[in-house]
Design a binder for this molecule. Structure first.
Ligand code: ZN
Length: 360
């Protein structure tokens, strides 16, 4: 037996399980943006409100009409950026290699929520993207397609065309709604920013960063036991997962968007009231990523904090939320805000004082 064999065997024994658990580096590098965007490949690309890549992110957003709150469980990839495709009818690409596990092509797609839909099961595990190993392999979904280009059971490469962006199902505009799932009995939606991270797409995706947070400590009302904080973030802070208002050592007032998807599915669109004890959340952006300024318009939901404290004009390109902590003890002093993201970001901010102080 050659002397090197035992060494080779032990090396194999060491590396084989790791190789099974983690994807080849090459595989994870092949992650594709699912809708082509010429701006995205330019070195001088600087995201701005009119050059944004994603028009709807994961989490709660304000809804048009009488409903106030819509828990959006994926990303909407903007499709109207390319003069060569004035109708937004872009090819939609598989983001990773995999096998088509589901094709939904209803005879009347307009009458279904998802419209024409393709689901792909990938070989790459979530652990390759920093998520828990028990999440299994990455699964992705492509909704509202105008045309489907694959069939169930088909193997696809990263970047292979699975269909054409469309507006089938419950939507009024051509775009790609993209879902990322973990399998755990049923498919559970998770934030696609776990894939489309600042690390992999540094020009298009912003890191959650203390310096880019615009926090307004609006009102502390001792009589009603409330504190109102407004947070504006860069519009492409896609990794945002939620907030906690920490009172002394009490961190129970917290909202996680992924938690809502996983555990409060039946209540996710009924509004923020009672979803999380001691905390209410008022999104300041409409479906489609409309400007925050528009929440100051006539259809501002009655009773929302922004009705009393309008969002200043000029803040419209950003993501925004009003966070209302309730049931605060009258003598609560040390109030902190924690902003956290799905990639483990955690930014803690202390109230420097309140713009309005009410009650004794
Ligand atoms: Zn959507």
């Amino acid at each position: 037996m050659p002397r090197s064999l035992p060494c080779l065997l032990s090396l194999l024994a060491l590396t084989a399980p790791a190789a099974l658990a983690a994807p080849r580096k090459k595989g994870s590098k092949t992650l594709r943006w699912p809708v082509p965007n010429p701006a995205f490949d330019r070195p001088d690309f600087v995201p701005s409100s009119d050059r944004r890549q994603i028009s709807g992110i994961f989490g709660p957003r304000l809804k048009w009409g009488s409903a106030r709150y819509d828990h959006h469980e994926g990303f909407d990839f903007y499709a109207y950026f390319d003069p060569a495709h004035p109708r937004g009818d872009h090819d939609v690409f598989a983001v990773l290699p995999g096998v088509v596990s589901e094709v939904i092509a209803p005879s009347n797609p307009e009458r279904t929520e998802t419209g024409n839909k393709v689901v792909i099961a990938h070989e790459v595990p979530w652990s390759a993207f920093g998520a828990p190993a028990e999440w299994g392999k990455v699964i992705t979904g492509y909704l509202h397609l105008s045309r489907i280009a694959v069939r169930k059971g088909q193997t696809v490469r990263a970047g292979e065309v699975v269909g054409t962006a469309g507006a089938t199902g419950y939507t009024s505009t051509v775009h790609l709604h993209f879902n990322a799932y973990r399998a755990s009995g049923r498919l559970v939606n998770v934030n696609p920013a776990r894939l489309f991270s600042p690390k992999r797409f540094p020009r298009a995706v912003a890191r959650l960063d203390k310096r880019s947070l615009d926090v307004d400590w609006i009102e502390r009302d001792r009589a009603s036991g409330t504190a109102l904080i407004r947070v504006l973030l860069p519009y492409n802070a896609y990794t945002l997962d939620g907030f906690a208002v920490v009172v002394g050592k009490d961190a129970s007032r917290a909202v996680s968007f992924e938690y809502v998807s996983a555990n409060l599915r039946d209540r996710r669109d009924t509004g923020d009231r009672g979803l999380f004890p001691g905390l209410r959340l008022f999104p300041l952006r409409y479906n489609g990523g409309g400007a925050i300024d528009r929440v100051n318009a006539r259809n501002q939901p009655a009773g929302w904090p922004a009705a009393r404290y309008p969002v200043p004009m000029g803040k419209g390109v950003r993501l925004g939320f009003d966070i209302l902590a309730t049931d605060l003890p009258p003598d609560a002093k040390r109030i902190k805000l924690v902003v956290f993201g799905v990639l483990g970001e955690k930014i803690t901010l202390k109230a420097p004082g309140w713009r309005h102080l009410r009650g004794a």
